[in-house]
Write a protein that binds this ligand. Sequence first.
Ligand SMILES: [Zn+2]
Length: 163
Amino acid sequence: MDSREILPSLLHRASEFAAHSVVETCPVARLKDMLRRVGLRPTRQRMLLGSLLFSGKDRHVSAEVLYQESQAARSHLSLATIYNTLNQFSDAGLLRKVAVFGDRAIYDTNVGDHHHFLVEDDGTVIDVPDVSVSLSNMPDPPPGYRIVGVDVVVRLVRVEGEA
Ligand SMILES: [Zn+2]
């Protein structure tokens, strides 16, 4: 299968993954434009992963999940390529690396400042609704440093018999 066939099939898959979203699937032209604006050439692998990531609904994903999704879309990107591309996207400001949970890094398509819930049972990451976290008694940074951001991860476990 050549890349002209792979991309539409991937875009189709991406819209399936975002099925509960009413937002339209990001068209190819818009994705190309988005990559070019941050100085990234729209290579085949960037377009493939971009179509999985930026399908309209914000996502929290690991490289492993994207690997499975790209396999399901019959593309053959290696896990190493996916890691490289994710790091290029986050260096360019398209993604935010949230935190490393265990041996897994989670990438967030919502690059604005916000905090997270982490469901420890299955590693699900959920955005904390805006303005519901307030921090008092912030520590002073060590000499020679300044604070540029605070990422709060509120860890959760499911409660038996609820929800
Ligand atoms: Zn988030």
